[in-house]
Ligand binder design. Structure first.
Ligand SMILES: [Zn+2]
Length: 315
């Protein structure tokens, strides 16, 4: 098993914890007009990953890894991510694809799913051309998703392209299903394209924390990502812990993922936020207090994301 990172493929034995859904550099402000959403300082990212390593030191000989799900329409910067990975000692996995309406560039409305898939496949297998002539390869498809509760035609086309890319490369698809139970529609489209559900993480499921919704997805074989850990204004962490404990009790441990989706300046420790470590440090302490053992914590913070993201095969 290995992860495809911006510095090359990294063997699983060299990786400690994995944060499956984060941003190091992204900018939602073109749509939201909120200065807090201009989140694009590589030096800040390096400093904040330093805090991650201080809060929860990786085991000797290993490094933590972070899946960076910012796409081009949110300001993805492959060369800066490579620099951040080098300076911080945290492995960074880069995403490919297009985020959601209304962030899409014009081409997403014009190109077919086949053309969109072709470009994603190239970014995973060959990579994005850097200014020094080297290539930086993507290691995950997404985050790709839905604006609101229903898929638009363009969002559906991007999801079809994502499924075809996964089928061709083995890369995982990670979705944005925020505040609505839209993971069902997303999975319908992905399945219509013949995707292996073992390659799918439905994201932000802890923003619509309904047991029937969550188990309907789990029964279809996908991973569920509780990735807004620490965002108490959406749901208190106590409810995330309660739901996770219930799902683990029901036998779903091997399908659960934890992350914190850092994407606002106010999320940073230097600005008084919880920083990148919360999902694998403080939040896991809450899980321990609720009776989840170390094997369970290891499964959610290492084994599950490794299994999900390590399926890429070469052309
Ligand atoms: Zn998202």
């Amino acid at each position: 098993m290995s992860l495809r990172t911006v510095l090359g493929d990294v063997n699983a034995d060299l990786i400690d914890r994995i944060l499956p859904h984060e941003h190091l550099l992204c900018d939602f402000s073109s749509v939201t007009a909120d200065r807090n959403h201009i989140f694009n300082n590589p030096d800040f990212a390096i400093r904040e990953l330093g805090y991650l390593n201080e809060d929860i030191a990786p085991a000797a000989g290993t490094q933590h890894a972070l899946v960076e799900v910012t796409l081009r329409d949110l300001g993805r910067d492959p060369e800066a991510m490579r620099r951040i990975a080098q300076a911080s000692g945290v492995h960074v996995v880069m995403g490919t694809g297009w985020y959601l309406e209304p962030y899409y560039p014009k081409r997403v409305y014009n190109d077919s799913a086949a053309v969109l898939a072709e470009e994603m496949i190239e970014e995973i297998q060959l990579g994005v051309l850097a200014s020094d002539g080297s290539r930086i390869r993507a290691g995950v498809i997404g985050e790709i998703g839905t604006h609101g509760g229903t898929l638009s035609p363009a969002e559906e086309r991007v999801l079809r392209a994502a499924a075809r890319t996964s089928n061709a490369t083995g890369a995982a698809v990670t979705t944005h299903a925020f505040l609505y139970p839209t993971g069902v529609d997303q999975l319908d489209i992905l399945e219509e394209e013949g995707i292996d559900p073992n390659r799918v993480a439905i994201g932000h499921v802890d923003t619509f924390m309904d047991h029937a919704y969550l188990t309907s997805l789990l029964r279809r074989g996908v991973y569920l990502q509780f990735d807004t850990c620490g965002r108490e204004h959406l749901f208190p962490d106590s409810l995330r812990v309660e739901m996770l404990a219930r799902l683990i009790d029901e036998g779903w441990l091997e399908r659960l993922l934890l992350s914190s989706d850092r994407c606002h300046m106010s999320d940073l420790k230097m600005r008084g936020g919880l920083g990148y470590s919360w999902a694998i440090a403080g939040f896991c302490d809450l899980l321990r207090a609720a009776g989840i053992d170390e094997a369970g914590i290891d499964m959610m913070t290492r084994e599950n994301p490794l299994r999900l993201f390590s399926g890429i095969h070469d052309a």
